[in-house]
Design a protein around this ligand. Structure first.
Ligand code: HEM
Ligand SMILES: [Cu+2]
Length: 484
C-alpha cells in the first residue's frame, strides 16, 4: 500500500471524526427520546417530537455525508495533491450549516422534517415562522455549497491525474481494450463515481432549495409540488447513497493492509461502478411510488432499477470482500471487524430496501416503520459502522501499544458486541412494527404499538453504549498518538 510519509490532510480529518463521533451519540440520544415517547415511557409535546425528528433526520444524514466525505478526502490525498484549504472551507461551511439548522429548529421551532417537502416549510399552521423555515433551508444551502467545493477539488484532481472522467472511471478497462495493470486504484474509481453523482444530486438540491426559499419570501412565486418532490428525492436519495459509497473507500483502502493483497480494479469491478453511477441516479423514483400523478414509466423504471441496483453492489464489494477474507488469515481488530460489519450491514439492509422498492409492496408498506427499518440497517450497521471502523484505524498505532498488548482487547469485543446486538435488535423492531402496519413519523402511538417501541428503546440504549465506547477509544487513541 502507498503510505504517505507526510500527511498534512490527517489533522482536519481526525478533527472531523471527533465532531462526527460526538454528534452521532447526541443524535442517537434524540432517536432514543423519540422511541421512548412512542413507547409512552416518557411524554414530550408532539411539537417537540417533530423538532427532534427533524434534527435527528437532518443531522444524521448530514453526519453520514460528513464522515463519507472525510474518508473520501483522506484516501484521495494519497493519490492526488488535494489543496488542504478546500477541506477547511468545506468543514467551515458544514458547521455554519449545522448552526443555522439547529437555530431554525430549536430557536425558530421549525419541524418540517429533513425532507423539507414543498409546501410544508411554508405551511406550519402557526408552529414556526417563514424566517425559521428560510434559516433551515439556508443551512442546507451552506452544507450543499461545502460539498460542491469539496467534490469539485477531488474531481478536478482525479480528472487531471487519471486522464479525464473516463480514465478515472476505468472505462477503457470496462468497455474497451484497457488492461488491468493500467487501471486506476479501486478507491479512485469509487471516488470518481461518487463525486459525479453527488455533484448532480447537490445541484438538484440547490435548485429546489432556492425555489423553496423564493416561495417563502414571495408566496406568489409558486413551485410545482410534484416537480419539487422529484428534485428533493433526487437530492436526498443520491446524497445518502453517496455517503455510503464514499465510506466504502475505507474498506477498499484499509482491508488490503490486513490481507496483504491490494483491492484490484478488475473488469467486473469497473463495469459495476459504471452501473452504480447510472443506477444511483435512475432509481430515485422509488420514493414516488405513492404519487399517482407520476408517469407510470418512471415508477416502473424505479422498481426495475431497484432490483438491479442490488447486484453490482453485492458483486463489487460484498463478494470480493469474502474472497479477500478467504485468501489469507486476517488479523481481527476493532477497525477490520467494524469495516467488515459495515459491508455486511449495508448488504443486508439493501434487501428490505429492494422489497420496499416494489410497487405492490410499497402501496402497503410505504408510510409504515418498515421504511425507517430498512434504512437504519444500512446506516447504523453499514455506513456508521464503516465510519467507526475508519476512526479505529486512524488511531491503530496508538492502540497497538495499549497496555494489554493485544490487538483486540476485551473492551473492543464488548463494544462491538453491544453495538451489533443493539443495532440488529433495534432495526428488526422497526421492521416488525412495519410489518404490523404501524405508521412511521407518528409522535404518539396507539396502546397496542407501545411495547414494540419499548423493546426497541432497550436495543437503542445498547447502540448508544457501543458507540460511546468506540468514540472513547478513538479519543484515547488520539491522545496517545503524538502526531495527531
Ligand atoms: C441509537 C440509534 C438511533 C435511534 C434510537 C434512532 C431512532 C429513530 C426514530 C425513533 C425515528 C423516527 C421513526 C418514525 O418515523 O416513527 C428515526 C428516524 C430517522 N433516523 Fe434514526 N435512530 C438512530 C440512528 C440513526 C442513524 C445512525 C441514522 C443515520 C446515519 C439515522 C437516520 C434517521 C433518519 C434519516 C430518520 C428519518 C426522519 C424522518 O422521518 O424525517 N438514525 N430514528
Ligand atoms: Cu432511494
Amino acid at each position: 500500500m502507498v503510505e504517505a510519509k507526510y500527511d498534512p490532510q490527517a489533522g482536519p480529518v481526525k478533527v472531523t471524526m471527533i465532531i462526527a463521533g460526538v454528534v452521532l451519540i447526541l443524535l442517537m440520544t434524540f432517536g432514543l427520546i423519540m422511541r421512548l415517547n412512542q413507547a409512552a415511557l416518557i411524554e414530550i409535546e408532539p411539537a417537540l417530537f417533530y423538532q427532534i425528528m427533524t434534527a435527528h433526520g437532518a443531522g444524521m444524514v448530514g453526519t453520514a455525508g460528513l464522515t463519507g466525505a472525510a474518508v473520501l478526502w483522506y484516501f484521495m490525498s494519497r493519490y492526488v495533491p488535494l489543496v488542504g484549504a478546500v477541506y477547511n472551507v468545506f468543514l467551515g461551511l458544514f458547521l455554519l450549516g449545522v448552526v443555522l439548522i439547529l437555530g431554525a429548529i430549536f430557536i425558530g421551532g421549525y419541524a418540517g422534517a429533513w425532507t423539507f417537502l414543498f409546501p410544508l416549510p411554508a405551511m406550519s399552521g402557526g408552529l414556526w415562522t417563514s424566517g425559521a423555515a428560510a434559516t433551515f433551508l439556508l443551512g442546507y444551502v451552506s452544507i450543499g455549497v461545502g460539498f460542491l467545493v469539496m467534490h469539485l477539488e477531488v474531481g478536478r484532481q482525479l480528472i487531471r491525474a487519471y486522464g479525464g472522467i473516463s480514465g478515472a472511471m476505468a472505462w477503457p478497462l470496462a468497455f474497451g481494450k484497457g488492461r488491468v495493470e493500467d487501471a486506476p486504484p479501486a478507491s479512485v474509481v469509487a471516488a470518481m463515481a461518487s463525486t459525479i453523482f453527488n455533484v448532480i444530486g447537490v445541484v438538484f438540491g440547490a435548485a429546489v432549495l432556492v425555489a423553496s426559499l423564493v416561495n417563502l419570501l414571495v408566496p406568489g412565486f409558486e413551485v410545482d409540488a410534484l416537480l419539487a418532490k422529484n428534485m428533493i428525492y433526487i437530492f436526498g436519495h443520491i446524497f445518502i447513497n453517496a455517503s455510503i459509497y464514499m465510506a466504502v473507500i475505507a474498506v477498499y483502502e484499509i482491508i488490503p493492509e490486513y490481507t496483504g493483497t491490494p483491492w484490484k480494479t478488475s473488469r467486473v469491478f469497473a463495469i459495476s461502478w459504471s452501473f452504480v453511477l447510472l443506477f444511483v441516479i435512475a432509481v430515485y423514483p422509488h420514493h414516488l411510488l405513492q404519487d399517482v400523478a407520476m408517469p407510470a414509466w418512471a415508477l416502473v423504471t424505479g422498481q426495475i432499477v431497484s432490483y438491479l441496483s442490488g447486484i453490482p453492489l453485492l458483486a463489487v464489494t460484498a463478494f470480493s470482500l469474502l474472497l479477500y477474507l478467504r485468501a489469507g488469515p486476517i488479523k481481527w481488530d476493532l477497525a477490520s471487524s467494524l469495516l467488515v460489519l459495515g459491508v455486511a450491514g449495508w448488504s443486508v439492509g439493501s434487501i428490505p430496501a429492494i422489497i420496499d422498492g416494489m410497487i405492490v409492496v410499497n402501496k402497503v408498506m410505504h408510510n409504515t416503520q418498515w421504511v425507517p427499518g430498512h434504512f437504519h440497517i444500512y446506516l447504523i450497521l453499514g455506513e456508521i459502522a464503516m465510519a467507526f471502523g475508519f476512526m479505529a484505524w486512524l488511531v491503530r498505532d496508538a492502540r497497538k501499544s495499549a497496555p494489554t498488548g493485544t490487538r483486540m482487547g476485551g473492551l473492543d469485543r464488548l463494544a462491538i458486541g453491544t453495538y451489533l446486538v443493539g443495532g440488529a435488535g433495534f432495526t428488526v423492531m422497526f421492521l416488525v412494527s412495519g410489518a404490523m402496519s404501524i405508521p412511521r413519523r407518528w409522535a404518539v402511538h396507539a396502546p397496542e404499538w407501545t411495547s414494540q417501541a419499548g423493546i426497541a428503546s432497550l436495543f437503542a440504549v445498547l447502540v448508544i453504549i457501543g458507540s460511546t465506547l468506540f468514540v472513547i477509544s478513538y479519543l484515547r487513541g488520539l491522545a496517545g498518538d503524538k502526531d495527531a
